[in-house]
Design a protein around this ligand. Sequence first.
Ligand SMILES: *[C@@H]1O[C@H](CO)[C@@H](O)[C@H](O)[C@H]1NC(C)=O
Ligand SMILES: *[C@@H]1O[C@H](CO)[C@@H](O)[C@H](O)[C@H]1NC(C)=O
Ligand SMILES: *[C@@H]1O[C@H](CO)[C@@H](O)[C@H](O)[C@H]1NC(C)=O
Ligand SMILES: *[C@@H]1O[C@H](CO)[C@@H](O)[C@H](O)[C@H]1NC(C)=O
Length: 449
Amino acid sequence: MKIKFSVYLALLGQSSAWSYTPSSKYAANIKINAHQTYQTMIGGGCSGAFGVACQQFGSSGLSPDNQQRVTQILFDENIGGLSIVRNDIGSSPGTTILPTCPATPQGKFNYVWDGSDNCQFNLTKTALKYNPELYVYADAWSAPGCMKTVGTENLGGQICGVRGTNCDHDWRQAYADYLVQYVRFYKEEGIDISLLGAWNEPDFNPFTYESMLSDGYQAKDFLEVLYPTLKKAFPKVDVSCCDATGARQERNILYELQQAGGEKYFDIATWHNYQSNPERPFNSGGKPNIQTEWADGTGPWNSTWDYSGQLADTSGYTHWWCVQDTTGDNALIRLRGNNYEVSSRLWAFAQYFRFARPGSVRVDATSDVENVYVTAYVNKNGTVAIPVINAAHFPYDLTINLEGIKKRKLSEYLTDNTHNVTLQSRYKISGSSLKVTVEPRAMKTFWLE
Ligand SMILES: *[C@@H]1O[C@H](CO)[C@@H](O)[C@H](O)[C@H]1NC(C)=O
Ligand SMILES: *[C@@H]1O[C@H](CO)[C@@H](O)[C@H](O)[C@H]1NC(C)=O
Ligand SMILES: *[C@@H]1O[C@H](CO)[C@@H](O)[C@H](O)[C@H]1NC(C)=O
Ligand SMILES: *[C@@H]1O[C@H](CO)[C@@H](O)[C@H](O)[C@H]1NC(C)=O
Protein backbone atom coordinates (compact mmCIF):
# COMPACT_ATOMS: atom_id res chain seq x y z
CA MET A 1 0.00 0.00 0.00
CA LYS A 2 2.72 2.39 1.04
CA ILE A 3 4.70 1.63 -2.11
CA LYS A 4 1.76 2.34 -4.42
CA PHE A 5 1.15 5.61 -2.71
CA SER A 6 4.69 6.81 -3.38
CA VAL A 7 4.44 5.84 -7.01
CA TYR A 8 1.20 7.73 -7.55
CA LEU A 9 2.57 10.78 -5.81
CA ALA A 10 5.52 10.80 -8.17
CA LEU A 11 3.27 10.45 -11.17
CA LEU A 12 0.89 13.18 -10.10
CA GLY A 13 3.82 15.53 -9.79
CA GLN A 14 4.53 15.55 -13.51
CA SER A 15 2.66 16.72 -16.57
CA SER A 16 2.05 13.87 -18.94
CA ALA A 17 0.97 13.57 -22.56
CA TRP A 18 -1.05 10.41 -22.06
CA SER A 19 -4.21 9.98 -20.03
CA TYR A 20 -3.13 7.90 -17.10
CA THR A 21 -5.61 5.71 -15.23
CA PRO A 22 -4.28 4.86 -11.76
CA SER A 23 -6.65 1.89 -11.50
CA SER A 24 -5.50 0.39 -14.80
CA LYS A 25 -6.63 -3.17 -15.28
CA TYR A 26 -3.58 -4.36 -17.13
CA ALA A 27 -1.15 -6.26 -14.98
CA ALA A 28 1.98 -8.32 -15.57
CA ASN A 29 4.06 -10.59 -13.39
CA ILE A 30 7.81 -10.24 -13.63
CA LYS A 31 10.22 -12.72 -12.08
CA ILE A 32 13.85 -11.88 -11.44
CA ASN A 33 16.17 -14.67 -10.30
CA ALA A 34 19.67 -13.43 -9.53
CA HIS A 35 20.89 -16.98 -8.88
CA GLN A 36 20.59 -17.73 -12.60
CA THR A 37 23.38 -15.76 -14.31
CA TYR A 38 24.20 -15.20 -17.99
CA GLN A 39 26.66 -12.99 -19.90
CA THR A 40 28.91 -10.27 -18.48
CA MET A 41 28.22 -6.82 -19.92
CA ILE A 42 30.72 -4.65 -21.77
CA GLY A 43 28.30 -1.83 -22.58
CA GLY A 44 26.88 0.37 -25.31
CA GLY A 45 28.83 2.41 -27.82
CA CYS A 46 29.21 4.13 -31.17
CA SER A 47 31.73 5.04 -33.85
CA GLY A 48 33.34 8.06 -35.51
CA ALA A 49 34.71 6.11 -38.48
CA PHE A 50 35.24 7.54 -42.00
CA GLY A 51 35.92 11.08 -40.84
CA VAL A 52 32.62 11.52 -39.01
CA ALA A 53 34.61 12.04 -35.78
CA CYS A 54 36.00 15.21 -37.42
CA GLN A 55 32.49 16.68 -37.38
CA GLN A 56 32.28 15.93 -33.66
CA PHE A 57 35.53 17.89 -33.29
CA GLY A 58 34.68 21.03 -35.20
CA SER A 59 34.94 20.44 -38.96
CA SER A 60 31.32 21.48 -39.53
CA GLY A 61 31.26 24.35 -37.05
CA LEU A 62 30.73 22.80 -33.61
CA SER A 63 32.38 25.03 -30.98
CA PRO A 64 35.06 23.58 -28.65
CA ASP A 65 32.60 23.81 -25.71
CA ASN A 66 29.95 21.88 -27.61
CA GLN A 67 32.55 19.33 -28.76
CA GLN A 68 33.14 18.58 -25.10
CA ARG A 69 29.44 18.67 -24.28
CA VAL A 70 28.27 16.17 -26.93
CA THR A 71 31.08 13.79 -26.02
CA GLN A 72 30.12 14.08 -22.35
CA ILE A 73 26.43 13.45 -23.16
CA LEU A 74 27.40 10.20 -24.87
CA PHE A 75 29.99 8.81 -22.45
CA ASP A 76 29.36 10.27 -18.99
CA GLU A 77 28.18 7.54 -16.60
CA ASN A 78 25.33 9.83 -15.46
CA ILE A 79 24.13 10.92 -18.89
CA GLY A 80 24.33 8.67 -21.98
CA GLY A 81 26.37 6.01 -20.16
CA LEU A 82 28.15 4.65 -23.26
CA SER A 83 31.46 2.80 -22.84
CA ILE A 84 32.52 1.48 -26.25
CA VAL A 85 34.19 3.34 -29.13
CA ARG A 86 34.68 1.53 -32.43
CA ASN A 87 37.48 2.94 -34.59
CA ASP A 88 38.28 2.17 -38.21
CA ILE A 89 41.91 1.20 -38.83
CA GLY A 90 41.87 3.17 -42.07
CA SER A 91 43.40 1.73 -45.24
CA SER A 92 42.58 4.61 -47.63
CA PRO A 93 45.08 7.31 -48.67
CA GLY A 94 45.23 10.03 -46.03
CA THR A 95 43.94 7.77 -43.24
CA THR A 96 46.36 4.83 -43.27
CA ILE A 97 49.40 4.26 -41.08
CA LEU A 98 51.06 2.67 -44.15
CA PRO A 99 51.00 5.39 -46.86
CA THR A 100 53.44 3.47 -49.08
CA CYS A 101 53.56 -0.27 -49.32
CA PRO A 102 56.73 -2.23 -50.05
CA ALA A 103 56.76 -4.41 -53.18
CA THR A 104 57.04 -7.63 -51.20
CA PRO A 105 56.28 -8.67 -47.62
CA GLN A 106 60.06 -8.74 -47.01
CA GLY A 107 60.35 -5.03 -47.84
CA LYS A 108 60.61 -2.16 -45.37
CA PHE A 109 57.41 -1.00 -43.69
CA ASN A 110 57.43 2.74 -42.98
CA TYR A 111 54.53 3.26 -40.61
CA VAL A 112 53.35 6.82 -39.99
CA TRP A 113 51.34 8.09 -37.00
CA ASP A 114 49.74 11.47 -37.75
CA GLY A 115 48.31 12.05 -34.26
CA SER A 116 44.76 12.37 -35.62
CA ASP A 117 43.72 9.00 -37.04
CA ASN A 118 41.01 10.79 -38.98
CA CYS A 119 39.91 12.49 -35.71
CA GLN A 120 39.27 9.14 -34.04
CA PHE A 121 42.19 9.73 -31.69
CA ASN A 122 40.54 12.90 -30.39
CA LEU A 123 37.23 11.08 -30.03
CA THR A 124 38.90 8.28 -28.07
CA LYS A 125 40.86 10.68 -25.86
CA THR A 126 37.85 12.89 -25.11
CA ALA A 127 35.55 9.91 -24.47
CA LEU A 128 38.17 8.58 -22.03
CA LYS A 129 37.98 11.85 -20.13
CA TYR A 130 34.28 11.20 -19.42
CA ASN A 131 34.58 7.42 -19.10
CA PRO A 132 38.04 6.34 -17.89
CA GLU A 133 37.11 2.68 -18.44
CA LEU A 134 36.34 3.15 -22.13
CA TYR A 135 36.47 -0.06 -24.20
CA VAL A 136 38.25 0.72 -27.47
CA TYR A 137 37.54 -1.54 -30.42
CA ALA A 138 40.01 -1.04 -33.29
CA ASP A 139 38.61 -2.65 -36.41
CA ALA A 140 39.94 -2.73 -39.98
CA TRP A 141 37.51 -2.59 -42.88
CA SER A 142 40.26 -3.83 -45.20
CA ALA A 143 43.96 -4.67 -45.36
CA PRO A 144 46.11 -2.19 -47.28
CA GLY A 145 45.39 -2.73 -51.01
CA CYS A 146 48.88 -4.07 -51.73
CA MET A 147 48.21 -7.06 -49.46
CA LYS A 148 45.00 -8.12 -51.24
CA THR A 149 43.91 -10.07 -54.30
CA VAL A 150 42.29 -6.95 -55.83
CA GLY A 151 45.27 -4.63 -55.19
CA THR A 152 43.13 -1.85 -53.65
CA GLU A 153 41.40 -1.22 -50.33
CA ASN A 154 37.97 -1.07 -52.01
CA LEU A 155 36.32 -3.74 -54.21
CA GLY A 156 36.32 -6.56 -51.64
CA GLY A 157 38.97 -9.19 -52.45
CA GLN A 158 40.84 -11.28 -49.90
CA ILE A 159 44.06 -11.05 -47.96
CA CYS A 160 46.76 -12.79 -50.03
CA GLY A 161 47.76 -16.11 -48.52
CA VAL A 162 44.39 -17.45 -47.30
CA ARG A 163 42.94 -20.46 -49.10
CA GLY A 164 41.34 -19.68 -52.45
CA THR A 165 43.80 -16.87 -53.26
CA ASN A 166 46.59 -17.03 -55.82
CA CYS A 167 48.95 -14.10 -55.26
CA ASP A 168 52.72 -13.81 -55.76
CA HIS A 169 53.24 -13.43 -52.01
CA ASP A 170 51.69 -14.45 -48.72
CA TRP A 171 50.88 -11.15 -46.96
CA ARG A 172 49.22 -12.60 -43.85
CA GLN A 173 52.10 -11.90 -41.45
CA ALA A 174 52.49 -8.39 -42.87
CA TYR A 175 48.80 -7.66 -42.28
CA ALA A 176 49.02 -9.01 -38.73
CA ASP A 177 52.09 -6.84 -38.03
CA TYR A 178 50.30 -3.80 -39.47
CA LEU A 179 47.26 -4.30 -37.20
CA VAL A 180 49.52 -4.73 -34.16
CA GLN A 181 51.37 -1.53 -35.13
CA TYR A 182 48.08 0.38 -34.90
CA VAL A 183 47.61 -0.92 -31.34
CA ARG A 184 51.21 0.14 -30.59
CA PHE A 185 50.66 3.72 -31.82
CA TYR A 186 47.71 4.10 -29.41
CA LYS A 187 49.73 2.48 -26.61
CA GLU A 188 52.52 5.02 -27.20
CA GLU A 189 49.90 7.76 -26.69
CA GLY A 190 48.85 6.11 -23.42
CA ILE A 191 45.63 4.50 -24.72
CA ASP A 192 44.96 0.78 -24.40
CA ILE A 193 43.06 -0.86 -27.22
CA SER A 194 40.73 -3.54 -25.80
CA LEU A 195 39.72 -5.43 -28.93
CA LEU A 196 41.30 -5.80 -32.40
CA GLY A 197 39.43 -6.84 -35.57
CA ALA A 198 40.64 -7.67 -39.09
CA TRP A 199 37.36 -7.40 -41.02
CA ASN A 200 34.16 -5.41 -41.40
CA GLU A 201 31.21 -7.19 -43.02
CA PRO A 202 33.36 -9.81 -44.82
CA ASP A 203 30.18 -11.36 -46.29
CA PHE A 204 29.40 -8.20 -48.29
CA ASN A 205 31.23 -6.32 -51.07
CA PRO A 206 30.16 -2.64 -51.23
CA PHE A 207 32.76 -1.91 -54.02
CA THR A 208 32.91 1.82 -53.28
CA TYR A 209 34.66 1.86 -49.90
CA GLU A 210 37.19 -0.11 -47.80
CA SER A 211 36.15 -3.75 -47.73
CA MET A 212 37.58 -7.26 -47.70
CA LEU A 213 35.82 -10.60 -48.05
CA SER A 214 36.29 -13.78 -46.01
CA ASP A 215 34.45 -16.96 -45.21
CA GLY A 216 35.12 -18.86 -41.99
CA TYR A 217 37.88 -21.02 -43.52
CA GLN A 218 39.73 -18.00 -44.81
CA ALA A 219 39.23 -16.33 -41.43
CA LYS A 220 40.98 -19.30 -39.82
CA ASP A 221 43.91 -18.94 -42.25
CA PHE A 222 44.46 -15.34 -41.19
CA LEU A 223 43.53 -15.53 -37.49
CA GLU A 224 46.07 -18.34 -36.93
CA VAL A 225 48.72 -15.76 -37.85
CA LEU A 226 47.19 -12.69 -36.16
CA TYR A 227 46.34 -14.36 -32.85
CA PRO A 228 49.88 -15.40 -31.76
CA THR A 229 51.37 -12.19 -33.21
CA LEU A 230 49.03 -9.97 -31.17
CA LYS A 231 49.23 -12.01 -27.97
CA LYS A 232 53.04 -11.89 -28.07
CA ALA A 233 53.05 -8.09 -28.34
CA PHE A 234 49.92 -7.28 -26.28
CA PRO A 235 48.72 -10.29 -24.25
CA LYS A 236 45.69 -8.43 -22.84
CA VAL A 237 44.21 -7.29 -26.15
CA ASP A 238 41.40 -9.50 -27.44
CA VAL A 239 40.84 -10.63 -31.04
CA SER A 240 37.40 -10.38 -32.65
CA CYS A 241 35.73 -12.41 -35.36
CA CYS A 242 34.29 -11.18 -37.76
CA ASP A 243 31.71 -8.31 -37.87
CA ALA A 244 29.37 -10.05 -40.34
CA THR A 245 26.37 -8.09 -41.65
CA GLY A 246 23.88 -10.00 -39.49
CA ALA A 247 23.63 -12.56 -36.71
CA ARG A 248 22.80 -15.39 -39.11
CA GLN A 249 25.75 -14.43 -41.33
CA GLU A 250 28.06 -14.32 -38.29
CA ARG A 251 26.91 -17.79 -37.24
CA ASN A 252 27.92 -19.16 -40.66
CA ILE A 253 31.41 -17.72 -40.34
CA LEU A 254 31.81 -19.03 -36.78
CA TYR A 255 30.61 -22.48 -37.87
CA GLU A 256 33.14 -22.66 -40.69
CA LEU A 257 35.88 -21.30 -38.47
CA GLN A 258 35.22 -24.17 -36.07
CA GLN A 259 35.11 -26.72 -38.91
CA ALA A 260 38.51 -25.43 -40.02
CA GLY A 261 39.90 -25.80 -36.48
CA GLY A 262 40.21 -22.05 -35.85
CA GLU A 263 37.98 -21.66 -32.82
CA LYS A 264 40.93 -20.96 -30.53
CA TYR A 265 42.07 -17.96 -32.59
CA PHE A 266 39.50 -15.42 -31.43
CA ASP A 267 38.16 -14.11 -28.09
CA ILE A 268 34.93 -12.26 -28.90
CA ALA A 269 32.35 -12.85 -31.63
CA THR A 270 31.32 -9.55 -33.23
CA TRP A 271 28.28 -9.09 -35.45
CA HIS A 272 26.14 -6.40 -36.99
CA ASN A 273 22.40 -6.19 -36.68
CA TYR A 274 21.47 -5.30 -40.29
CA GLN A 275 20.71 -8.51 -42.19
CA SER A 276 19.32 -10.67 -39.36
CA ASN A 277 18.54 -10.80 -35.65
CA PRO A 278 20.11 -13.25 -33.15
CA GLU A 279 16.96 -15.32 -32.45
CA ARG A 280 19.09 -17.98 -30.75
CA PRO A 281 22.42 -18.05 -28.88
CA PHE A 282 25.63 -17.71 -30.86
CA ASN A 283 27.81 -20.73 -31.66
CA SER A 284 30.81 -18.90 -30.25
CA GLY A 285 32.01 -21.79 -28.08
CA GLY A 286 31.01 -20.02 -24.87
CA LYS A 287 32.92 -16.84 -25.81
CA PRO A 288 31.17 -13.45 -25.44
CA ASN A 289 29.59 -11.63 -28.35
CA ILE A 290 29.10 -7.94 -29.05
CA GLN A 291 26.78 -6.31 -31.55
CA THR A 292 29.25 -3.87 -33.11
CA GLU A 293 27.22 -1.89 -35.66
CA TRP A 294 23.64 -0.95 -36.28
CA ALA A 295 21.75 2.16 -37.37
CA ASP A 296 18.32 2.81 -38.79
CA GLY A 297 20.10 4.13 -41.87
CA THR A 298 17.01 4.35 -44.08
CA GLY A 299 14.84 7.29 -43.10
CA PRO A 300 15.36 10.98 -42.45
CA TRP A 301 16.65 12.17 -39.06
CA ASN A 302 13.99 11.75 -36.39
CA SER A 303 14.87 12.34 -32.76
CA THR A 304 11.38 11.43 -31.50
CA TRP A 305 10.91 8.69 -28.95
CA ASP A 306 9.08 5.57 -30.16
CA TYR A 307 10.01 5.80 -33.82
CA SER A 308 11.91 2.52 -34.35
CA GLY A 309 14.68 0.48 -32.69
CA GLN A 310 15.74 -2.78 -31.13
CA LEU A 311 18.08 -4.34 -28.61
CA ALA A 312 19.35 -7.91 -28.47
CA ASP A 313 20.78 -10.42 -26.01
CA THR A 314 24.48 -9.64 -26.08
CA SER A 315 27.39 -8.26 -24.01
CA GLY A 316 27.42 -5.00 -25.89
CA TYR A 317 25.44 -2.95 -28.36
CA THR A 318 27.32 -0.49 -30.54
CA HIS A 319 25.48 2.03 -32.63
CA TRP A 320 26.91 3.13 -35.97
CA TRP A 321 27.81 6.84 -35.77
CA CYS A 322 28.11 8.81 -32.53
CA VAL A 323 27.75 12.43 -33.68
CA GLN A 324 27.16 13.50 -37.27
CA ASP A 325 26.18 16.57 -39.26
CA THR A 326 23.42 14.89 -41.23
CA THR A 327 19.83 14.88 -42.40
CA GLY A 328 19.74 11.05 -42.17
CA ASP A 329 19.01 8.75 -39.27
CA ASN A 330 22.50 7.36 -38.64
CA ALA A 331 23.76 9.08 -35.47
CA LEU A 332 22.94 9.28 -31.77
CA ILE A 333 23.48 13.04 -31.78
CA ARG A 334 22.84 15.16 -34.84
CA LEU A 335 24.72 18.35 -35.65
CA ARG A 336 23.71 21.39 -37.67
CA GLY A 337 26.66 23.77 -37.52
CA ASN A 338 27.10 24.66 -33.86
CA ASN A 339 23.70 23.23 -32.84
CA TYR A 340 23.18 19.69 -31.67
CA GLU A 341 20.13 17.50 -31.09
CA VAL A 342 20.16 14.32 -29.00
CA SER A 343 18.07 11.43 -30.34
CA SER A 344 15.72 9.53 -28.07
CA ARG A 345 17.60 6.44 -29.15
CA LEU A 346 20.49 7.53 -26.91
CA TRP A 347 18.09 7.66 -23.95
CA ALA A 348 16.96 4.10 -24.75
CA PHE A 349 20.63 3.05 -24.69
CA ALA A 350 21.08 4.94 -21.41
CA GLN A 351 18.10 3.18 -19.82
CA TYR A 352 20.26 0.06 -20.11
CA PHE A 353 23.87 1.11 -19.99
CA ARG A 354 23.79 3.85 -17.34
CA PHE A 355 22.61 1.19 -14.91
CA ALA A 356 23.98 -2.11 -16.24
CA ARG A 357 27.58 -0.92 -16.10
CA PRO A 358 30.58 -2.71 -17.68
CA GLY A 359 31.25 -5.86 -15.67
CA SER A 360 27.62 -6.33 -14.63
CA VAL A 361 26.12 -9.77 -15.14
CA ARG A 362 22.76 -10.39 -16.76
CA VAL A 363 20.47 -12.53 -14.60
CA ASP A 364 17.23 -14.33 -15.31
CA ALA A 365 14.17 -12.14 -15.90
CA THR A 366 10.81 -13.17 -17.32
CA SER A 367 7.52 -11.45 -18.03
CA ASP A 368 4.20 -13.27 -18.32
CA VAL A 369 2.85 -10.90 -21.00
CA GLU A 370 4.14 -10.41 -24.54
CA ASN A 371 4.12 -6.62 -24.66
CA VAL A 372 6.24 -6.05 -21.55
CA TYR A 373 9.95 -6.80 -22.11
CA VAL A 374 12.30 -7.20 -19.19
CA THR A 375 15.98 -7.87 -18.54
CA ALA A 376 17.97 -7.59 -15.31
CA TYR A 377 21.61 -7.03 -14.42
CA VAL A 378 23.62 -7.24 -11.20
CA ASN A 379 26.56 -4.82 -11.00
CA LYS A 380 29.94 -5.69 -9.49
CA ASN A 381 28.99 -3.91 -6.24
CA GLY A 382 25.61 -5.68 -5.99
CA THR A 383 23.38 -2.88 -7.25
CA VAL A 384 20.65 -4.14 -9.58
CA ALA A 385 19.23 -2.69 -12.81
CA ILE A 386 15.86 -3.85 -14.18
CA PRO A 387 15.10 -2.09 -17.49
CA VAL A 388 11.49 -2.67 -18.59
CA ILE A 389 9.92 -1.76 -21.94
CA ASN A 390 6.16 -1.36 -22.05
CA ALA A 391 5.27 -1.76 -25.75
CA ALA A 392 1.53 -1.44 -25.10
CA HIS A 393 -0.50 1.74 -25.57
CA PHE A 394 -1.77 1.58 -22.00
CA PRO A 395 -0.03 1.52 -18.63
CA TYR A 396 0.89 -1.76 -16.99
CA ASP A 397 0.89 -2.54 -13.27
CA LEU A 398 3.81 -4.83 -12.56
CA THR A 399 4.44 -7.21 -9.72
CA ILE A 400 8.16 -7.89 -9.72
CA ASN A 401 9.37 -10.87 -7.73
CA LEU A 402 12.95 -10.54 -6.54
CA GLU A 403 14.83 -13.75 -5.89
CA GLY A 404 18.44 -13.54 -4.68
CA ILE A 405 18.36 -9.74 -4.44
CA LYS A 406 18.94 -8.07 -1.09
CA LYS A 407 18.97 -4.38 -2.10
CA ARG A 408 15.90 -2.50 -0.86
CA LYS A 409 16.34 1.12 -1.97
CA LEU A 410 14.44 1.63 -5.23
CA SER A 411 14.70 4.41 -7.81
CA GLU A 412 12.62 4.62 -10.97
CA TYR A 413 13.93 6.26 -14.17
CA LEU A 414 11.60 6.96 -17.08
CA THR A 415 12.09 7.59 -20.81
CA ASP A 416 9.20 8.34 -23.15
CA ASN A 417 8.26 11.24 -25.42
CA THR A 418 8.69 13.80 -22.67
CA HIS A 419 11.33 12.22 -20.40
CA ASN A 420 15.03 11.44 -20.85
CA VAL A 421 16.05 8.94 -18.15
CA THR A 422 14.24 11.11 -15.62
CA LEU A 423 14.27 10.13 -11.96
CA GLN A 424 10.59 9.64 -11.09
CA SER A 425 10.71 8.45 -7.51
CA ARG A 426 13.00 6.95 -4.89
CA TYR A 427 11.86 4.99 -1.85
CA LYS A 428 12.52 2.00 0.40
CA ILE A 429 10.85 -1.31 -0.29
CA SER A 430 10.33 -4.32 1.95
CA GLY A 431 9.76 -7.99 1.25
CA SER A 432 10.75 -9.77 -1.93
CA SER A 433 8.11 -8.39 -4.23
CA LEU A 434 7.65 -5.00 -5.78
CA LYS A 435 4.49 -3.32 -7.06
CA VAL A 436 5.14 -0.64 -9.69
CA THR A 437 3.68 0.90 -12.85
CA VAL A 438 5.14 1.44 -16.30
CA GLU A 439 3.73 4.16 -18.55
CA PRO A 440 2.45 3.33 -22.06
CA ARG A 441 5.03 3.07 -24.91
CA ALA A 442 7.74 3.83 -22.40
CA MET A 443 10.90 2.44 -20.92
CA LYS A 444 11.52 2.43 -17.20
CA THR A 445 14.56 1.22 -15.30
CA PHE A 446 14.12 0.04 -11.72
CA TRP A 447 17.38 0.60 -9.87
CA LEU A 448 17.99 -1.17 -6.59
CA GLU A 449 20.81 -0.19 -4.25
C1 LIG B 1 40.46 17.75 -30.16
O1 LIG B 1 39.35 18.17 -29.39
C2 LIG B 1 39.59 19.34 -28.64
C3 LIG B 1 38.41 19.55 -27.68
O2 LIG B 1 37.18 19.52 -28.33
C4 LIG B 1 39.79 20.50 -29.61
O3 LIG B 1 40.01 21.68 -28.91
C5 LIG B 1 41.00 20.19 -30.51
O4 LIG B 1 41.13 21.18 -31.50
C6 LIG B 1 40.83 18.83 -31.18
N1 LIG B 1 42.07 18.47 -31.82
C7 LIG B 1 42.11 17.99 -33.05
C8 LIG B 1 43.46 17.61 -33.54
O5 LIG B 1 41.11 17.84 -33.73
C1 LIG C 1 9.19 11.38 -36.35
O1 LIG C 1 8.48 10.25 -35.89
C2 LIG C 1 7.27 10.57 -35.21
C3 LIG C 1 6.75 9.27 -34.61
O2 LIG C 1 6.62 8.27 -35.58
C4 LIG C 1 6.32 11.25 -36.16
O3 LIG C 1 5.14 11.59 -35.49
C5 LIG C 1 6.98 12.50 -36.71
O4 LIG C 1 6.16 13.10 -37.68
C6 LIG C 1 8.33 12.19 -37.34
N1 LIG C 1 9.01 13.42 -37.66
C7 LIG C 1 9.64 13.59 -38.81
C8 LIG C 1 10.32 14.91 -38.99
O5 LIG C 1 9.69 12.73 -39.69
C1 LIG D 1 27.67 0.63 -7.51
O1 LIG D 1 27.98 0.62 -8.88
C2 LIG D 1 27.12 1.43 -9.69
C3 LIG D 1 27.47 1.14 -11.12
O2 LIG D 1 28.82 1.40 -11.39
C4 LIG D 1 27.28 2.88 -9.29
O3 LIG D 1 26.44 3.69 -10.09
C5 LIG D 1 26.90 3.03 -7.85
O4 LIG D 1 27.15 4.36 -7.43
C6 LIG D 1 27.72 2.08 -6.96
N1 LIG D 1 27.15 2.13 -5.64
C7 LIG D 1 27.88 2.06 -4.55
C8 LIG D 1 27.12 2.10 -3.27
O5 LIG D 1 29.10 2.00 -4.60
C1 LIG E 1 16.74 16.07 -20.47
O1 LIG E 1 15.48 16.67 -20.33
C2 LIG E 1 15.50 17.81 -19.50
C3 LIG E 1 14.05 18.22 -19.28
O2 LIG E 1 13.37 18.27 -20.51
C4 LIG E 1 16.34 18.90 -20.15
O3 LIG E 1 16.39 20.05 -19.34
C5 LIG E 1 17.74 18.34 -20.33
O4 LIG E 1 18.53 19.29 -21.03
C6 LIG E 1 17.73 17.04 -21.10
N1 LIG E 1 19.09 16.50 -21.05
C7 LIG E 1 19.84 16.39 -22.13
C8 LIG E 1 21.23 15.93 -21.88
O5 LIG E 1 19.43 16.62 -23.25
